[in-house]
Design a protein around this ligand. Structure first.
Ligand code: 13P
Length: 346
């Protein structure tokens, strides 16, 4: 058992506290720059600093967000006025988290599939992040649905790496967010997504068990069971909610501290509506809190509006807060599409 067990349990519960979710803002410099480039924002450290400060200084953010997931550059940054971003986070009562994987690379022997790297030296990096003040971590594995894939080789390799990461995190005092993302890309049906998610989650929990990971000291960040983006028949919100919850109930131990979904390329409103119906229709069947850990579905409207313009910061923050509020309501089963019109930012 980890010497941090009690602290880890408390942190994990705080991450999924009632009405709150996690804000993923841990895009690597490469991914962040790609999103900036599309909007003509300079792809420099200075602009990433301004953007990340904009997000973290959003008034009232901590009413809806338990903690942000940061990237290595961000956890070391200050805002443009020189206040460390870590101080801004903890002063607002939020818990700082850190992405610790080093990205998904081609998986040898398995064409068109990926393996997430970053285990070498991870124990030392976790120790440094803990000493800086981080209290949770994230590792994202990517599973692609396609012709003949995912393979067993891909699922087992990624599940094993997730489990090794999670065990190292718990040993070093960070709550692991375990993120096996089944990608939304493709023309697969809802049923195929269910089967792939089922096989993936089963193997992830098998490997977590083998590596002695404490389930009450981790958070699962799954993708929703959803029709492929280019599938001609798109499942309804209720169908997605039902399929997702049934897959989770089959595979996720009741002692897991919480479920916090990724948005994975869904529209902002879809991501809120799916989460809402899961809680509204099935909340009382779930042994764990079911909430969000979205990046794009929270950030995108703010990023689009800001687009690098300093005169647009407070309005961009209002747009970010609106998405945070909608998703907070969805985590309680209290979201409605009316909120899209009635909340201040439009
Ligand atoms: P999205 O919500 O944009 O899918 O991002 C979540 C995340 O953290 C991916 O690793």
């Amino acid at each position: 058992m980890s010497k941090y067990a009690e602290e880890l349990k408390a942190t994990a519960q705080g991450m999924v506290a009632k009405g709150k979710g996690i804000l993923a803002m841990d895009e690597s410099n490469g991914t962040c720059n790609k999103r900036f480039d599309k909007l003509g924002i300079p792809t420099t450290e200075e602009y990433r600093q301004i953007y990340r400060s904009l997000i973290l200084q959003t008034p009232e953010l901590s009413n809806c967000i338990s903690g942000p997931i940061l990237y290595d550059e961000t956890i070391r940054q200050s805002n443009p006025e020189g206040v460390p971003l870590l101080k801004i986070i903890t002063d607002a009562g939020m818990i700082p988290g850190i992405k610790v994987d080093t990205g998904a690379k081609d998986l040898a022997g398995c064409p068109n599939e990926k393996i997430t790297e970053g285990l070498d030296g991870l124990g030392d990096r976790i120790a440094e992040y803990y000493s800086m003040g981080a209290r949770f971590a994230k590792w994202r594995a990517v599973i692609t649905i396609g012709n003949g894939i995912p393979s067993r080789g891909c699922i087992e390799a990624n599940a094993h790496a997730l489990a090794r990461y999670a065990a190292l995190c718990q040993e070093g005092g960070l709550v692991p967010i375990v993120e096996p993302e089944v990608l939304i890309d493709g023309d697969h049906t809802l049923e195929r997504c269910w089967n792939v998610t089922d096989e993936t989650l089963h193997e992830v929990f098998n490997q977590l068990y083998t590596q002695n990971v404490a389930f009450d000291q981790m958070v699962l960040k799954p993708s929703m069971v959803i029709s492929g983006k280019s599938c001609s028949q798109q499942a309804t919100v209720e169908e997605v909610a039902k399929a997702t919850i049934s897959c989770l109930l089959k595979n996720v131990p009741a002692t897991v501290a919480g479920i916090a979904f990724l948005s994975g390329g869904q529209s902002e409103e879809q991501a809120s509506a799916h989460l809402n119906v899961m809680n509204q229709m099935f909340g009382d069947q779930c042994p764990w809190p079911v909430t969000f850990s979205y990046a794009r579905a929270i950030q995108q409207p703010a990023l689009d509006y800001w687009a690098g313009d300093s005169s647009r910061i407070s309005e961009a923050q209002a747009r970010l807060l609106k998405r945070a509020k909608c998703n907070s309501a969805a985590s309680l089963g209290e979201y409605s599409s009316d909120m899209e019109k009635t909340l201040a930012a439009v």
